[in-house]
Ligand binder design. Structure first.
Ligand code: SAM
Length: 213
């Protein structure tokens, strides 16, 4: 077992201790090479349970946050998932590793291109595009799950509309300093929601998000 494999097993153990129960998710996180998704200068810290910087002042979310959000999606094999905020591509890789059909949108062209190249190189089949994810990706809707990995001031209406019946939207909502992760389940034309507090994300910028200053 090389150093990073050992660190992946330890990371999964820590996630278990923090309450993550979904074994197929833990297995996926033990398989995805997180060290490939961080900047070379941070490779040594790839398995720390903390967010790390990526290009353009953005971040790769901390492993616990990735695990928490993914667990809340309740994905099955073949679930069709839309991710808003591709960033490094790590979250998309975890979902693909779990057998999901993944669609991901990133607003910054350079991050989009880098992530798409890396996901291809590692053999993950993910549909990626550059654009404003706050309006979703209507062409492929409805989705069994939508995961937003940047902080929104409110829940974007187009994302609710693009959820399948029984589907779940997992989205950080709050002000720019702190957010709750809101989990919204579609039941016919109704939406049920619950919040988990204590998270911090970079802002979701777009038509239905924060406005760029
Ligand atoms: N999921 C990413 C990963 O695994 O590395 C972490 C993403 S980072 C916390 C949030 C990302 O959301 C940033 O790359 C940011 O540029 C992007 N973002 C912000 N607003 C967006 C929008 N309206 N549409 C798409 N991406 C957006």
């Amino acid at each position: 077992m090389n150093r990073f494999e050992k660190e992946r097993v330890e990371m999964a153990e820590l996630l278990r201790q923090r309450g993550i129960r979904n074994e197929s998710l833990l297995k996926a996180m033990m398989n995805v090479e997180r060290e490939q998704f961080v900047l070379p200068a941070f490779m040594n810290r790839a398995y720390d349970d903390s967010a790390l910087p990526i290009a353009h002042g953005q971040t790769i979310s901390q492993p616990y946050t990735v695990a928490f959000q993914t667990e809340q999606l309740r994905v099955g094999k073949d679930s069709k998932i839309l991710e808003i905020g591709t960033g490094s591509g790590y979250q998309a890789a975890v979902l693909a590793e779990m057998g999901c059909r993944v669609f991901t949108i990133e607003r910054l062209m350079e991050l989009h291109l880098e992530a798409r190249k890396l996901l291809e190189k590692l053999g993950y089949h993910v549909a990626a595009r550059c654009g404003d994810g706050t309006i979703g990706w209507k062409e492929y809707a409805p989705y069994d799950g939508i995961i937003v990995t940047a902080a929104a001031p409110d829940v974007p209406q187009p994302l609710l509309e693009q959820l399948a019946d029984g589907g779940r939207l997992v989205i950080p909502v709050g002000n720019l300093d702190a957010q709750s992760i809101r989990v919204i389940t579609r039941v016919g034309e109704r939406f049920e929601s619950q919040d988990a507090e204590g998270f911090k994300f970079v802002p979701l910028i777009g038509k239905e998000g924060w406005k760029q200053r």
